[in-house]
Write a protein that binds this ligand. Structure first.
Ligand code: 5GP
Length: 195
């Protein structure tokens, strides 16, 4: 998605060869116009996939997941990183956080995912795929089916892409980084390597 790539080049900061900061428009402060377009691209890509629910992890994935779910006309479920006392029957999985370098217990209310659900996982970033594995575990526990994965920004040399390809779920990546260097050098993969 050329517009997202240009915004990353203009407003993003490469903090290290493995961490990109995009909090002024993607995952802290949200550019709503950009987010609408992200939702449109994901929805067009997964229109025929029979998606009944979009799932993400709080908090960075909520905006693109909401945008895609709204365009697809389905609900969004965001899995939580801490279990609230109101959750009565949680699905859970342990996930290693890329940005915090600690483990957390991912959870979602069991009744929110049904065996007949075809679930689209959307996230802001794909790095080593640990968030994906956690969400996949929740979907499996519910007996639902993973219907696709939509990622705003991937770093293609990290392990996540291979894990998703292994799962056989269709993958749509909007901006695929081949290599990056602080503070502003980003080399993109060619569009035919993504969606
Ligand atoms: P993974 O689980 O695939 O290793 O990492 C994905 C999660 O880590 C995303 O949900 C995102 O929150 C965070 N993440 C991974 N790489 C980056 C990055 O370069 N920048 C930011 N801001 N977050 C990242």
């Amino acid at each position: 998605m050329e517009k997202l790539k240009r915004m990353i080049e203009e407003k993003g900061t490469v903090l290290s060869p493995t961490v990109l900061k995009v909090d002024s428009f993607l995952n802290h402060c949200i550019d709503t116009e950009m987010m609408e377009e992200i939702g449109e691209v994901f929805a067009a890509w997964f229109q025929e996939a029979g998606i009944t629910k979009v799932i993400t992890i709080e908090s960075g994935g909520i905006a693109p997941a909401y945008a895609a779910a709204h365009k697809l006309g389905v609900p969004i479920l965001f899995a939580k990183k801490t279990e609230p006392c109101t959750m009565t029957d949680p699905l859970t999985a342990t996930v290693h956080s890329y940005t915090k370098n600690t483990d957390y217990q991912l959870c979602a209310e069991h009744s929110m995912l049904q065996p007949e659900d075809v679930v689209l996982f959307i996230d802001d970033f794909l790095a080593n795929g640990q968030a994906f594995l956690g969400v996949q575990a929740l979907i499996e526990q519910a007996g639902a089916r993973l219907g696709g994965v939509g990622i705003c920004v991937e770093k293609s040399w990290q392990d996540g892409r291979a894990l998703i390809i292994d799962s056989k779920a269709p993958l749509c990546v909007l901006a695929s980084i081949k290599e990056m260097q602080p503070p502003h050098t980003i080399i993109w993969n060619t569009p035919n390597e993504t969606c």
